[in-house]
Design a protein around this ligand. Structure first.
Ligand SMILES: Cc1cc2nc3c(=O)[nH]c(=O)nc-3n(C[C@H](O)[C@H](O)[C@H](O)COP(=O)(O)OP(=O)(O)OC[C@H]3O[C@@H](n4cnc5c(N)ncnc54)[C@H](O)[C@@H]3O)c2cc1C
Length: 437
């Protein structure tokens, strides 16, 4: 019997468990193959919903489900904390001492936030006037604070790249503009968006469009702001270049890293515990029977659920090829597809990959009513429908109509401004020097 072990039952791990069970159904049903998935608890969080919690649009019950409900019967769900992987001995060790041997390992343990890594951030004022919204506790605490905010300077800040869903903090700033306008107190709130990047976003055409939207909504853009420390008592952030930013309310996206066990597993991780992964096949560089997917990888594309979905369409057949001794397909192109909520019932869609930046046009083909890089109500409706799509199509590992795993150029227009190429997508652009897609 062959054993597949999946580490992490979040977005990517769950999609893989569902896809593999269907793709290898004969082996699974005959008992020739078993699939085990490991996670620390039974709480599956729909993370894109965290954006809406602070604004009172979603509640906890709208975005949390039991992991059991998302997994097929044939897959064994094991609770435990992963301690390390013996990459040469093909075994996973849990912190309680249990060991799991595998023929194929899939690492899908995502990215975690590290607020404690920024000096002063989690000291005085943390969860009083400084919050994150990338955790359920942070998003819920922020909701109470936003409701009672009397006005003043609200700074939305990204500590450094890479982060999950790089557009989420921009969406937060746009929604804050909408939220305070609706409350009739927008004139009492100064909104600032502070980023370590040299523009509003990582890719030039989208960056120009998003900077324009920030200006239109009177949200100040502060670029190349690399935070060295936070003084929660004085309510100030200090940059490595000694610039200071004062705030009455800070909404920050903390530093990110991969799961800490990755760093304890021989040859598996980079400096930030992301799994070193082959860009096109999703095979880990540490050993040929290890693969990685989702936010856990070091790939130079967005850390997004849409990316995990596209990766799974390449990775599931590649696992089958590996088990059957067939060469792997080099099919993953870095495809990402994200709806950016811009407030006032509008959103805009970006669609890109390793080599092609988000371009204007129509999606998924010329003449379609969904524009790219332009605000529309249809995009907003699609963003809000994403929760249903997530539980009912993405997690069960079904194809989504109109979305192919590889980027399609249908409907896209050439960039209206000079396009930049990214010959080395790992080239450092921020202080940490991580991938900045
Ligand atoms: C605020 C916000 C908004 C977002 N919006 C969007 C969006 O609009 N569109 C989009 O496509 N994406 C969005 N994303 C990103 C998306 O949610 C993630 O990219 C996606 O969930 C990644 O899936 P994953 O399986 O790689 O990681 P996760 O879903 O985080 O799963 C990792 C799992 O591994 C488990 N794990 C980790 N370490 C261990 C360990 N040591 N032992 C046991 N278990 C462990 C965790 O418990 C977790 O269940 C957003 C994210 C955030 C935070």
């Amino acid at each position: 019997m062959k054993h597949i072990v999946i580490l992490g039952a979040g977005t990517a791990g769950t999609i893989m468990a569902n896809r593999l069970t269907r793709l290898l159904t004969r082996e699974v049903r005959s008992g020739a193959l078993d699939i085990t998935i490991v996670d620390r608890d039974d709480q599956h969080l729909y993370q894109p919903g965290l954006l809406f919690i602070p604004f009172g649009i979603y509640e906890r019950r709208d975005i949390v489900r039991s992991r059991h409900a998302t997994l097929p019967h044939h897959v064994r769900l094991l609770y435990g904390e992963i301690d390390r992987v013996d990459t040469q001995g093909s075994a996973v060790v849990l912190t309680d001492g249990r060991a799991l041997g595998y023929d194929v390992l899939i690492v899908a343990t995502g990215a975690r936030t590290l607020p404690g890594e920024t000096a002063g951030l989690t000291g005085h004022g943390w969860y009083e006037n400084a919050f994150d919204f990338f955790s359920l506790e942070g998003a819920e605490a922020l909701r109470t604070r936003l409701d009672a905010f009397p006005g003043g300077r609200l700074v939305v800040n990204v500590m450094d790249m890479p982060i999950k869903c790089p557009v989420a903090p921009l969406e937060f700033a746009f929604l804050a503009d909408w939220f305070f306008t609706k409350k009739g107190m927008r004139d009492k709130v100064q909104l600032t968006y502070a980023t370590p990047l040299d523009a509003a976003f990582t890719r030039p055409v989208a960056a120009a469009r998003l900077a324009h939207l920030l200006a239109e909504k009177d949200i100040e853009l502060v670029t190349e702001f690399n935070v060295g420390s936070v003084d929660g008592t004085a309510q100030r952030m200090r940059g490595w270049d000694d610039r200071e930013l004062a705030y009455d309310l800070l909404v920050t996206v903390p530093l990110h890293g991969g799961a800490s066990f990755v760093g304890r597993s021989q040859a598996m991780g980079d400096d930030f515990d992301f799994v070193r992964t082959h860009k096109y096949t999703l095979q880990a560089l540490a050993a040929e029977n290890i693969f990685a997917i989702g936010d856990a990888t070091d790939l130079p594309t967005s850390k997004a659920g849409s990316v995990a979905h596209f990766e799974s369409e390449v990775l599931a057949p590649n696992i089958a090829r590996f088990l059957h001794g067939v060469p792997l397909a080099h099919d993953f192109d870095g495809h990402a597809n994200c709806f950016v909520e811009t407030g006032h019932d509008k959103a805009l869609l970006i669609d890109f990959n390793y080599d092609t930046e988000p371009l204007p046009g129509d999606f998924p083909f010329a003449g379609s009513p969904l524009p790219l890089l332009e605000e529309s109500r249809l995009a907003h409706q699609a963003k809000r429908a994403l929760r249903w799509v997530y539980w009912n199509l993405l997690l069960p590992g079904h194809a989504v109509p109109g979305l192919s795993p590889q980027l399609s150029m249908a409907g896209k227009h050439a960039a209206p401004v000079e396009t930049h190429t990214f010959p080395d997508p790992r080239a450092p652009q921020t202080k940490r020097g991580g991938a900045v897609k």
